[in-house]
Design a protein around this ligand. Structure first.
Ligand code: G6P
Length: 369
């Protein structure tokens, strides 16, 4: 087992560090930025089904559901196809409206999650075209889908998902870009810019991993906190959910992710000097709005840990701690902002003496309801 961990203390840490390489594996042979080409067999063979779709449904559970939420923002922005994301467990039991011609994307690392599998069987019965985004080759969901794309992240052993999440986002971004090209919903220059940015993302993820030391220092300060709040907007709202989930799963600290603007509708009541608030505040998107959210937290003495774009001065002046990630185009920021959140929860869990790779009560793959 020590050999399999490749010198890391835990599988989770190894898998966090694998991300630059596995993201490259995910797009290798599919993304050709210089030629302006994105090619994925499962998408090419069914291009019309995607481009004619009146809407795309995404079903998944856990971390994969969070990747689905990121994809919702990306698909709607790039392709203008309406997207609905749903927990597979809710979808399957509520007699959902599924029309012939709907495209349903099922996202699953293991490809074995019972609720997701049941959701795709239901969608197939009702005439939807089912596309699987799985990591495990030959898994039940990949076999049950009409077509699909593998994430090629390699085996993920840590129960808390890390590299599966970023590679799922990579695959889904490529699908959205391919459809945008077919539908003409992105300008040529934007299309090429996204391709170039995606190609250099692995180096930027490697750069984001350099925040390990500062993440560890911050972890030491907050390891005994009973609660933690995560806030983000737009593309980084699902990252806030995922950050909170990572902390809950492995450190057993109660954590909640919220869209930053919703803070005033409830969570703000919880903020006092003992409440750590992780705010995802890259300089793109709704930066100014997030800065005012940070000011609101500060005026209530909350402890602010901000994830910012390199070189940010404004938030640095307000936050108690900052973690800097490289700049990229807004839609790709989740691939970078999520890295320090993984590291933060990892270090907190280790410092609390938790079983990082096999947290209590959780399973890597949930094959029962
Ligand atoms: C379990 C795992 C999570 C995972 C979820 C969905 O709860 O502990 O890490 O995100 O199942 O799994 P899937 O294999 O379908 O992505």
């Amino acid at each position: 087992e020590q050999i399999e961990k490749g010198g890391y203390d835990h599988f989770m840490l190894k898998e966090i560090y694998e991300q630059p390489n596995v993201i490259k594996d995910t797009y290798r042979g599919r993304l050709h930025a210089n030629e302006g080409i994105i090619q994925m067999a499962g998408v090419e063979d069914n291009l019309e089904k995607f481009t004619n779709a009146e809407r795309i449904l995404i079903v998944a559970c856990g971390t994969s559901w969070h990747a689905g939420l990121v994809a919702e923002y990306i698909f709607e922005e790039f392709t203008r196809i309406p997207v609905e994301v749903e927990y597979a467990s809710e979808f399957r039991y509520r007699n959902p409206i599924i029309n012939k011609g709907d495209v349903l994307i099922a996202i699953s690392q293991s490809g074995e999650t019972a609720d997701t599998l049941a959701a795709i069987k239901l969608a197939k019965e009702k005439g939807a075209f089912v596309f699987g985004v799985c990591n495990v080759v030959g898994s039940s969901i990949s076999r049950e889908s009409h077509a699909g794309a593998y994430t090629h992240a390699g085996p993920e052993i840590g129960v808390a998902s890390t590299k599966a999440f970023t590679t799922q986002i990579t695959v889904l971004t490529m699908i959205a870009l391919r459809l945008a090209k077919a539908k003409g919903t992105l300008s040529n220059s934007d299309f090429h810019r996204y391709l170039q940015e995606l190609e250099v993302i692995p180096e930027k993820v490697a750069d984001a991993l350099l925040t390990n030391d500062v993440s560890k220092e911050i972890a030491a300060k907050f390891k005994d906190a009973p609660n933690c709040l995560y806030l983000g907007r737009g593309y980084n709202f699902p990252v806030a959910l995922e950050g909170a989930l990572k902390l809950k799963e492995i450190s057993y600290i109660h954590a909640e992710g919220y869209p930053a603007a919703e803070m005033k509708h409830g969570p703000i009541a919880l903020i006092d000097e003992s409440m750590p608030v992780v705010v995802i505040a890259p300089k793109q998107g709704h930066y100014d709005k997030v800065v005012s959210n940070i000011q609101e937290i500060k005026s209530r003495n909350g402890k602010i840990i901000a994830i910012v774009t390199k070189g940010d001065i404004q938030v640095r002046g307000l936050a108690d701690f900052v973690i800097e990630v490289p700049d990229t185009t807004e839609a790709l920021t989740p691939l970078l902002t999520t890295i320090p959140l993984q590291l933060l929860s990892y270090h907190i869990a280790v410092m609390r003496g938790c079983n990082v790779d096999q947290p209590r009560n959780l399973a890597k793959s949930v094959t029962v309801e």
